[in-house]
Design a protein around this ligand. Structure first.
Ligand code: SAH
Ligand code: SF4
Ligand code: F3S
Length: 451
């Protein structure tokens, strides 16, 4: 396998070359970019924050919707000025779009030198070295084992307080609209010992929050250790370490997992549980493997065991054959659950996915937009209502740093993952404070410190 190539066999090493990396898509990609920088730094590449300094530009891409890909094509076009300025500059496309389009990327876009899929990052030093000698290279082999388990990611998010820890890769769910199983390959879980040592190291370095990441994080399974066991182990590293996770599939949201969250105060009171639709008929066509009623029963179970839990979701408007009644079911589901926030999308047909092969993308664009706008408008109201219920209450907040809008204010999140801003002289990132919420918008809690 190419993965065990030793540095001495790679002739043109990175020595001192400046590596710039741009990341699109989900949190998994953000975690992966940190792995990529770690792998390449072993070969002498130096991470650069300024694209103008770059000898190598990597763009870590997303394929989940067509507009995500269009954005990357546009970006590649913009890189041309850098290549004109510095002809030795190498450009690599990595991640999901690399996996989906493979050689087509190199054929369509002459400025692309290297294409590497999500399981091929250990091969990047060789691919870049070959490209430096003029051989454009592609590696899009998917793996059943690769979890980059022992690689220590180099943290690119500089807040020094919260970090992503990837615990599983791939997805076996095959939702009919989704390209991810084709870009990320089969599900596999990372060795818990390597997860634990990464988490302990982060805590020792001052980090106070970890987000356990996977496309389908609650199907984690490594020998006898399932997701609740792993979360409990991570939560027990220290009561001062907050634990979050993303993203969970409703079908795997077990009572054991709910109990595990309820019994560990430092596992955050926030569950992202993508519903996609409120219509059982749509859920079946989407191959989500649950009904509306079953989903609502899970929500009821969460609310019973963890009354202060914020629930958030993903929703798709205008999937194949969706009727006005189906759409109304989504709106009524949103009202019933009372989501704290949501990511909302209109259906975008993805060539490899089952729906693109077997169903007709028959909802007109204008109608998709109308339904999506209704969903967004309702969610804005729900978010505001949800935040208003927090006004007059106290929350513990982990400070992340200065507020972006006003440097006099600090910002941090509540356990429910809501952003709070407050005046905070004398406090710093990584401190826990108790705040009292005075006011809110649909996106933010406005507060002051009480202790
Ligand atoms: N594995 C995660 C997230 C997958 S991608 C999960 O299943 O929850 C993130 C979100 O993108 C999905 O939850 C879905 O709402 C949306 N999505 C995926 N494919 C899509 C498509 N073809 N069109 C529109 N939205 C899509
Ligand atoms: Fe896509 Fe479904 Fe897997 Fe999520 S669970 S990544 S939506 S196939
Ligand atoms: Fe996009 Fe790939 Fe994530 S398609 S959403 S970057 S898994």
């Amino acid at each position: 396998m190419t993965q065990n190539i030793k540095p001495e066999f790679i002739p043109n090493r990175g020595a001192g070359k400046q590596l710039y990396i741009e990341t699109y898509g989900c949190q998994m990609n953000r975690g992966d970019s940190e792995v990529v920088v770690s792998i390449l730094s072993e070969y002498g590449y130096q991470y650069a924050e300024d694209i103008a300094q770059a000898d190598v530009i990597l763009v870590n891409t997303c394929s989940v919707r067509d507009n995500a890909e269009q954005r990357i094509w546009g970006r590649l076009n913009e890189f041309k000025i850098h290549k004109k300025r510095k002809p030795s500059l190498l450009i690599g496309v990595i991640g999901c779009m690399a996996e989906r389009l493979k050689d087509e990327l190199i054929e369509r876009e002459p400025i692309v030198d290297v294409v590497a899929g999500p399981d091929a990052y250990r091969d990047l030093p060789r691919l870049l070295s070959d490209a430096a000698s003029g051989a454009r290279g592609v590696n899009v082999m998917l793996s059943r084992e690769e979890t980059y388990a022992e690689i220590s990611p180099i943290r690119l998010d500089k807040n020094g307080v919260s970090a992503f820890v990837s615990i599983m890769r791939g997805c076996d769910n095959m939702c009919s609209y989704c390209v991810v199983p084709f870009t990320r390959g089969r599900e596999r879980s990372r060795d818990p010992q390597t997860i634990m040592s990464e988490v302990k190291d982060l805590f020792a370095r001052g980090y106070r929050e970890v987000t356990l990441l996977g496309q389908n994080v609650n199907s984690y399974k490594y020998g006898e250790i399932g997701f609740p066991e792993l979360m409990a182990m991570v939560a027990e590293v220290s009561p001062l370490l907050r634990v979050r996770f993303a993203t969970s599939h409703p079908k795997d949201l077990s009572d054991r997992l709910i109990e595990c969250i309820a019994s560990h105060p430092n596992i955050c009171r926030a569950i992202h549980l993508p519903a996609q639709s409120g219509s059982t008929r749509m859920l079946e066509l989407m191959n989500r493997k649950y009904t509306r009623q079953w989903y609502l029963d899970r929500i009821a179970a969460i609310k019973r065991a963890i009354p202060d839990c914020a629930i958030t979701t993903d929703l798709i408007a205008g999937f194949c054959t969706e009727t006005e009644d189906d759409h109304q079911d989504t709106l009524s589901l949103m009202n019933e659950v009372g989501y704290a926030s949501a990511f909302m999308f209109k259906y975008s047909e993805r060539p490899q996915a089952y729906a693109a092969r077997k169903m007709v993308d028959d909802i007109p664009e204008q109608e998709k937009i109308r339904r999506l706008n209704e969903i967004i408008e309702l969610q804005t109201n729900l978010s505001l209502e949800n935040n208003r219920r927090d006004v007059g209450k106290e929350f513990e907040v982990l400070i992340e740093g200065e507020s972006k809008r006003d440097k006099e204010y600090l910002c941090g999140r509540t356990s429910q993952n809501k952003m709070a801003v407050f005046p905070g002289k004398g406090y710093k990132a990584g401190d826990y404070v108790k705040v009292y919420v005075d006011d809110c918008s649909a996106a933010t809690l406005i507060a002051h410190i009480v202790e």
